[in-house]
Design a protein around this ligand. Structure first.
Ligand code: PEP
Ligand code: MG
Length: 756
């Protein structure tokens, strides 16, 4: 059966539209299971009924018309009970309901199974037989297995419904879910990048004159190099150096030792430039695409982008620069870094990319530029040509041709956001003090985005977490000590007078270095953060030395160790830090060396919750990383959409762990800050405050909002709130208590998206 099952799933997944997928499905199932009838009913959630959507055996005229309310008829019972029902004679079942329009009077036996996706019933798959007999166990499990596969197809079907409908006026229930996103809202026309695919159309042919081809190629190469250069300059005005250095990778590919050299070699073998270009680019694209490592996989997109640029330069000369005349949402099968740079920021309302994930350069850039973006949508985005789009980066949803009602709704949200933004910005330079006088330190998390460039964050007290991964991620080798030193010095000097807490390299997990791929079954439980750098003291020492040299010049540094799970790791790190400090002091011949920077650990692996007294003896401070602490405490992969609902930072276990940490910090007099995402969320920040934390670090985009909240709450209310929160048994109850308080203080308008 497995072979049949695979064949059916494959054909269904390859179908162009939902209706053709379902038509194939019912035909194939009827044939494979040798039954007289097979049908699919799809759930209409608004009207709480199941509508016949495809059938082989019932009257075709009933498709789209015959409908069974949830719970009624045997089909309705399958959906309500969320389990298969197998009946030798359906007519004898008390729930049996005859739908005359389907002409099902000839069928007696019935086997129906729910199609369920993420706990939601999307439809019911049914087979029927004219003789009265029970379907056997293997038939039942075959149908159940097929239904699980079908769930994925149906879950992404909303777009099909939109695009295949005769009218473009659609209701707003029809959102398409994306794999990952960059937050924000955009409403604009889709702007399709049409160059995609052109490379594949180039013919592979031998040329007549190699010299002419080489000349053509050199001309194209010059144009492409110039274009990348000016794009890089353009982007560097908007982005920190590390992010804009994506184009260094492109320039390197145009070097003779790389892609360009291979293309030249192919031309010398007698191919036209276009043919050589296609052969070489396809070769590299395949190489990258086959890699297991997700980061390297994404580089296939960059190679293709460079190939297309060259082709464009070859055939059309320098880009004429066809720019949109109004803000657009850039849509492409693979949005690339160049596409971002081509469209000026004020015309770039948003980005939609069919392929790509949180790790792709385009996603990194979107976040850095603050552009709402959706990545990883399972449908053909070329169909979005000329469509108006509404992109919700908060919920990772795309609406095609939204109706006026929906647009009005979102425009209200946008206006509200603007209003709130200007309200909180006005108070940015005011102190973060509660209404009854408790001073809260507000710090920023920097490093992964353009944060470091934002006017030194007038309202922030310093940097609570500087993620040092970016310069490592954006290069094709480990950055040298000198490169790191220059960068760290720049950062420290741009925050003069305020402390910057830099974290040592935290790669592994979902952050892979292109030149140091780590292939693991469970990367989040694997070689990550301090584990990797302690196994490679040369990496750790070079980074520590660079940080210390910068600290000696600027003075405002502290260092933080990520992913600490045992005391050995702290001891080993201390030893290396001492060694690096001694070396730097000696090399600089400092007669009166300053105090070495303070160093601390991140609390993000649950084991450290039981080692706090010992950690208090060893380090100067702690910082709570609630993103990982939640992931590890609840055993929920923070990047896995299937279990996203379970990633609950308000879970009582997480909340009690946070309480334990602050108690121990007070007991041992250890300064503790909080740098997980929770601190930048209005309800989360209140939770952290209520538990007793007074040093919160967050993305700079959230700082003004959180400051406003701090200034409108009262410490006197915290004890009672804390008591209630700690007595609660579910995340949603905890959330509700905090939300209600915000509402009472007229602060609930800041809560944009709520999971609870
Ligand atoms: C955390 O885990 O909470 C944290 C701040 O670190 P990162 O998100 O970089 O893993
Ligand atoms: Mg972490």
């Amino acid at each position: 059966m497995l072979a049949e099952l695979r064949a059916i799933v494959e054909q269904v997944s390859n179908a162009d539209t939902l209706d053709s997928a379902l038509a194939i499905l019912v035909t194939k199932i009827r044939y494979t299971m040798q039954t007289d009838c097979c049908s699919v009913y799809v759930m209409d959630h608004q009207q709480k009924r199941l509508v016949l959507r495809a059938t082989e055996g019932l009257a075709a005229s009933a498709i789209g018309k015959a409908a069974m309310p949830l719970g009624e008829g045997v089909v309705g019972q399958v959906a309500l009970r969320e389990e298969p029902i197998n009946l030798a004679d359906a007519r004898l079942n008390p729930h049996f309901k005859y739908l005359p329009e389907t002409a099902e009077e000839g069928f007696f036996s019935f086997l129906g199974t729910p199609i369920t996706h993420q706990r939601k019933v999307l439809g019911v798959l049914v087979v029927q037989q004219s003789e009265a007999r029970s379907f056997d166990q293997s038939e039942e499990s075959f149908l159940v297995t097929l239904a699980t596969h079908l769930a994925g197809v149906l879950a992404n079907s909303d777009l099909h419904a939109v695009l295949n409908a005769p009218s473009k006026k659609k209701k707003w229930a029809e959102a398409i879910k994306a794999g990952s996103s960059s937050s924000g809202i955009a409403i604009a026309k889709a702007w399709l990048n049409r160059s995609t695919g052109a490379l594949e159309q180039q013919r592979i042919e031998q040329c007549e004159d190699v010299d002419i081809e080489l000349q053509r190629f050199n001309g194209a190469l010059d144009i492409a190099r110039d274009e990348f250069h000016s794009l890089a300059i353009k982007l560097s005005e908007q982005l920190p150096k590390d992010v804009a250095s994506i184009f260094d990778f492109y320039q390197q590919m145009l070097a003779d030792a790389s892609l360009a050299g291979d293309i030249r070699a192919k031309i010398t073998q007698g191919y036209y430039v276009e043919s050589a270009l296609r052969l070489v680019v396809e070769h590299y694209v395949n190489l990258f695409a086959e890699m297991n490592d997700p980061y390297l996989k994404e580089r296939a997109i960059d190679v293709k982008d460079v190939g297309l640029r060259l082709l464009h330069a070859l055939q059309m000369g320098p880009s004429a620069g066809l720019l949109p005349s109004e803000p657009v949402i850039v849509v492409a099968e693979e949005v690339t870094a160049t596409m971002f740079a081509q469209v000026p920021r004020h015309l770039l309302a948003g980005v939609v990319s069919q392929r790509g994930a949180a790790n792709s350069h385009a996603a990194i850039l979107a976040r850095a530029l603050g552009v709402p973006a959706l990545m990883g949508l399972s449908f053909d985005v070329n169909k979005l040509q000329d469509c108006e789009l509404l992109l919700d980066g908060y919920s990772a949803e795309l609406f095609v041709e939204p109706d006026q009602l929906l647009k009005d709704e979102y425009n209200k949200l946008l206006a509200q956001e603007d209003q709130l933004n200007s309200l909180v910005q006005q108070k940015l330079d005011k102190p973060a003090v509660t209404q009854d006088g408790l001073a809260i330190e507000l710090l920023i998390n920097a490093g992964l985005s353009a944060d470091s460039d934002i006017a030194i964050n007038a309202g922030a007290d310093g940097v609570g977490l500087y993620r040092t991964e970016v310069p490592f991620l954006m290069q094709d080798r480990f950055p040298s000590e000198e490169e790191q030193f220059v960068r760290y010095r720049d950062i420290l000097s741009s925050y003069q007078g305020k402390n910057v807490c830099m974290r040592t390299l935290d790669v592994g997990g979902d952050k892979q270095l292109p030149y140091f791929p780590i292939v693991e079954e469970n990367p989040f439980l694997g070689w990550r953060g301090i584990r990797l750098t302690l196994d490679h003291p040369e990496i750790f020492l070079v980074q520590a030395r660079a940080m210390f040299r910068a600290a000696i010049e600027c003075g405002n540094l502290s260092i933080m160790l990520p992913m600490i799970s045992s005391l050995n790791e702290v001891d080993e790190s201390s030893r290396l830090l001492e060694q690096a400090w001694a070396e730097v002091v000696e090399e600089l011949s400092l007669e009166e060396p300053p105090e070495p920077p303070k160093y601390g650990v991140m609390l993000e692996v649950p084991s450290v919750l039981f080692l706090l007294p010992e950690l208090a003896q060893r380090v100067d401070f702690w910082s709570v990383g609630s993103n990982d602490l939640t992931q590890y405490l609840l055993a929920v992969d923070r990047n896995n959409t299937r279990v996203a609902e379970l990633f609950d930072t308000f879970h009582p276990a997480v909340v009690r762990a946070l309480k334990h940490i602050i108690e121990q910090a007070n007991l041992y007099d250890v300064p503790v800050s909080f740098c997980g995402e929770l601190a930048g969320d209005p309800v989360g920040a209140l939770l952290v405050l209520v538990l007793g934390y007074s040093r919160l670090s967050m993305s700079s985009f959230n700082l003004a909002k959180i400051k406003y909240i701090v200034r409108h709450v009262k410490q006197a209310d915290f004890a009672q709130l804390q008591e209630k929160v700690l007595a609660s048994q579910t995340g949603s109850a905890i959330y509700q208590i905090l939300y209600d308080y915000l509402e009472k203080q007229q602060l609930s308008q800041f809560v944009r998206v709520s999971k609870h």
